[in-house]
Ligand binder design. Structure first.
Ligand SMILES: *Cc1c(COP(=O)(O)O)cnc(C)c1O
Length: 403
């Protein structure tokens, strides 16, 4: 931990740059990368004590590693969490938490607006192991309360959601969870701790895909679970040691460096996305724009209480007479771009453009998509850090030539 009488407690940007800076005997100023699978002990007795957990010291990189440990400490500091456990991906983080805190016969309530693989994890994979899941509306708190059962152990939310940018009331969900002896988990990928700190609103756990804004430059896959120190040590660590959902030290190092610029990037992404959302809203061919930073967003007030800014992700719907025309128009706008990357990824300096109904949400049935409000005329944009004038020009090429 950073300490010092003159800066107590350090601000988020100081922590992002300096927390858990590992220094070797060489005194390097940039984080060292400890790319090693195992660690050498001075003698057999020390090895035995370290394996038994009676003495501090690294043993094997499936359990922990100095670079991975720096990543964990820095992310924990940014989230205001007591602890953090790194995982090889965002999905591995959710699986690790589920394996460590749930058992067969337990019940989970999950928002239907969460990341597609999260829906499959709870709805399909964990169901095979006897964990039941109920999916409810992202924004209707009464549905969450009504779905509670005596065996409910976890409420899982992601806010804002993808691609509709629906916002959950974290404090209200935490009250519902705690009143029923359950825990609230919040997937904080879209905001990152630079914009939103779910633990401060009462969440018990925060999930991260380090792949997104923590890295911020689209280079590696990484994940993490942040929460209280005791359950991380007593429940998550033993599972992690056994099953090995571990993060590569190299990937940890990349994301550790990415975190240094997190809040300047998130501020720039958010400013660009707000400007872009306002510009899109003024286009006559666009029916609706979804962005939490817009006053027209249904949960704008709640979003601005929970989040410092709107974040990078927005979506918009093109006007069209029917679904077939809507899809053709969306494809036209996407295909006319020359700067935006046509990809389902986000969390990058590069702006990405996506047609959710045929990609990220393509595996849903049409009526599920209808229920989720994801039509054929919807386009998702994760606004990057290019010049905004160039991005508008790139989109205008398609928007202004719709037939
Ligand atoms: C990408 C993503 C995940 C999964 O993360 P991976 O690192 O790809 O496993 C989970 N939740 C959200 C909101 C995401 O965007």
């Amino acid at each position: 931990m950073i300490s010092g009488d003159d800066i107590t407690p350090p601000g988020l940007d100081t922590l992002a740059v300096r927390e858990a800076l590992p220094r070797s005997q060489y005194g390097e100023n940039s984080e060292a990368l400890f790319l090693t699978s195992s660690f050498v002990h001075p003698d057999a007795a020390t090895a035995a004590a370290r394996f038994a957990g009676e003495q501090d010291g690294f043993v094997y990189s499936r359990f922990s590693n100095p670079t991975v440990s720096s990543y964990e400490q820095r992310l924990a500091a940014l989230e205001g969490a007591e602890g953090c456990m790194a995982t090889g991906s965002g999905m591995a983080a959710i699986l690790l938490l589920a394996m460590a805190t749930l058992k067969a016969g337990d019940h989970v309530i999950c928002s239907q607006g969460v990341f597609g693989s999260t829906i499959n994890l709870f709805g399909r994979e964990l169901a095979r192991f006897g964990v039941e899941a109920t999916f409810v509306s992202q924004t209707d708190v009464t549905q969450w309360a009504a779905a509670l059962r005596p065996n409910t152990r976890m409420l899982f939310a992601e806010t804002p959601s993808n691609p509709l940018t629906e916002v959950c009331d974290i404090a209200a969900l935490a009250d519902i969870a705690h009143g029923a002896g359950a825990e609230l988990v919040v997937d904080n990928c879209f905001c990152s701790p630079a914009l939103q700190r779910p633990l401060t609103f009462g969440a018990d756990w925060v999930i991260h895909s380090g792949t997104k804004y923590l890295d911020g430059q689209g280079r590696v896959i990484a994940g993490a679970v942040c929460g209280r120190a005791a359950p991380i040590h007593d429940k998550l660590l033993p599972v992690q040691r056994t099953v090995g959902l571990s993060l590569s030290p190299f990937n940890a190092w990349v994301v550790l460096k990415g975190m240094e610029t997190l809040s300047v990037r998130m501020a720039a992404h958010s400013a660009a996305a707000l400007d872009m959302a306002q510009w899109l809203q003024a286009q006559p061919v666009i029916d609706r724009v979804f962005y939490p930073g817009l006053a027209s967003h249904p949960q704008h007030a709640l979003a601005m209480r929970q989040q410092k800014a709107g974040g990078a992700v927005l979506s918009f719907v093109l006007k069209a007479a029917h679904a077939e025309q809507a899809r053709a128009r969306a494809f036209h706008v996407i295909d006319q771009t020359r700067i935006c990357s046509i990809t389902a990824n986000l969390g990058d300096t590069k702006t990405t453009i996506t047609h959710p109904s045929t990609t990220t949400h393509g595996r849903l049935r049409e009526e599920q998509r209808q229920a989720a409000g994801i039509g054929q005329g919807m386009i998702r944009l994760a606004v990057g850090l290019e010049d905004l004038a160039d991005l508008k020009h790139d989109l205008a090429r398609g928007l202004h030539t719709l037939t």
